[in-house]
Design a binder for this molecule. Structure first.
Ligand SMILES: *Cc1c(COP(=O)(O)O)cnc(C)c1O
Length: 467
């Protein structure tokens, strides 16, 4: 084991050097041709190689080419820097290496605690067993929508798992144009059919138009279809908008729809100063998807599905072959009965470590600071003559665009993200909002400063001049 001890110490040093140096390196740079060849073209060595050599390779060929999300001026998509507590316990989880499918060992027990913590943090009712960690919100969404589908079928007197969906009225789901693609992917995967996912219009603030939702549900009912689920967003990726959850919950209650909330990115935003009223109704959802690997900074991947009624998820997934029957499983059974994954990694350890390291006050400070940055960028954008704010700021995302003089602003703003990224001083991504090409900056890094916002705007101006 001496080799492991030495290599472990060296790995710790490489890790610390990497994290300490992130801010001094380019946010991102393209992988050069020779390194690309090394990464993609190598052969499996015939003989095994020593740990020390592998670490040297990782230091030389892997760590210099990051995605960028560790850097305080990375504002792309929704990708956070890793929390140090999550980082240091990752090797322990690997050394321990349980399958958290279930059973009486530390992993599943700790998972119960962190799932409860997550639910408590955002004020979601948490009955024991009402949630599980997943690879991310995409998988959490599959779990929640499969649960909703089976719940609707059982309510109508049939069993979707047994029969499949053919010969039954189409199950219809409602999402806004701003709803995340994972909602559509999940609906497609579950055999609901893309054409049975309705696009509910949004208001000027990119929030669901609930009157339109109500009308669409009525129309589908009149047509003999089976509206079964409405998915609201608590923090969209484009603008950070939070749908009017309380009003959506009313419509769901009126028509017996499953109310799912996609809070993958934004559920934690409820902790920001003054933000809670935007989230009213979150606690009425039947299910909530929330990603610890987004705002919390738990190292990728870690999502979470929270369920008001744990038995509904169990009814949708439990399938215990005889070789897995566990007499000691207790009332809640195994986590593997609540989703598609059987062998499940020990995601709870890094989540427990990150949440414990920050504490409730540290998490609140992180959410407040990053939300403040988004609000401050919106102010800077509005004060500047050559930028335009495209949406109100609710969470930690600012949607805007560069408007220097006339010319084709859509083409300019479409070209800007890559042009800014290639300069290496800031990383921003784009989107389309109301048919216009837009820039969006998402703030998740605890070390981002107000000065970084000034740098961002200047980088955009410089990149635009070169274009
Ligand atoms: C990231 C994200 C998702 C998808 O989650 P993954 O963890 O990437 O699977 C869904 N919805 C929103 C709003 C997100 O930000």
């Amino acid at each position: 084991m001496d080799e492991l001890r030495l290599a472990g110490a060296k790995a710790a040093e490489i890790m610390a050097d990497h994290l300490a140096g992130v801010a001094d390196r380019p946010v991102w740079r393209p992988v050069p041709g020779d390194e690309l060849a090394w990464l993609t073209g190598q052969d499996l060595p015939e003989e095994g190689r020593p740990l020390d050599a592998l670490l040297e390779d990782a230091r030389e060929h892997v760590l210099p080419y990051p995605m960028g999300n560790g850097h305080p001026r990375f504002f792309g998509w929704v990708n956070s820097p890793p929390n140090p507590a999550g980082v240091v316990v990752e090797p322990l989880a690997a050394a321990f290496n349980p399958s958290c499918a279930g059973g009486d060992h530390a992993g599943p027990h700790l998972e119960r605690a962190v799932v409860r913590w997550l639910a408590e943090l955002v004020g979601f009712p948490h009955p024991p067993g009402g949630g599980l960690l997943t690879s991310g919100a995409s998988m959490a969404t599959v779990i929640c929508l499969a649960t909703a589908r089976q719940r609707a079928a059982l309510a109508d007197g049939w069993d979707a798992r047994e029969e499949g969906l053919s010969g039954r009225p189409a199950m219809v789901m409602y999402v806004t144009e701003e709803g995340h693609s994972c909602l559509h992917k999940a609906a497609q995967l579950l055999g609901l059919g893309a054409r049975n996912v309705r696009t509910v219009p949004v208001d000027a603030a990119y929030r669901m138009d609930v009157a339109a939702l109500r009308a669409m549900v009525a129309e589908d009912l009149a047509a003999g279809l089976r509206p079964f689920c409405v998915a609201g967003s608590a923090g969209t990726v484009n603008s950070g908008a939070v749908d009017p959850l309380d009003e959506i919950a009313d419509v769901a209650a009126e028509h017996g729809l499953w109310f799912h909330v996609d809070g993958a990115y934004g559920a934690l935003g409820i902790l920001a100063d003054g933000a809670a009223p935007h989230y009213a109704g979150l606690e009425r959802a039947d299910s909530l998807a929330l990603d610890p690997h987004k705002w919390l900074g738990v190292p990728v991947g870690c999502g979470c599905a929270l369920l008001r009624d744990p038995s509904a998820a169990r009814a949708a997934f439990s399938l215990v072959p005889s070789y897995l029957v566990d007499e000691n499983a207790g009332d809640l059974g195994w986590f593997a009965e609540y989703g598609p994954e059987q062998t499940r990694p020990f995601r709870a350890l890094k989540t427990w470590a990150t949440m414990s390291y920050l504490g409730r006050s540290g998490i609140t400070r992180l959410v407040n600071h990053t939300t403040w940055l988004a609000r401050r960028l919106a102010e800077l954008v509005e004060e500047a003559g050559d930028f335009e704010l495209l949406a109100p700021v609710t969470t930690s995302i600012t949607a805007f665009r560069h408007t220097p003089g006339s010319g084709d602003l859509d083409a300019l703003n479409r070209a800007l993200p890559v042009a800014v990224q290639r300069r290496g001083n800031a990383f921003i991504t784009g989107t389309r909002l109301s048919g216009r090409d837009a820039l969006r900056a998402c703030f998740l890094h605890p070390d981002t400063t107000e000065q970084d916002l000034v740098v961002l705007l200047d980088e955009i101006r410089l990149a635009a001049k070169r274009l």
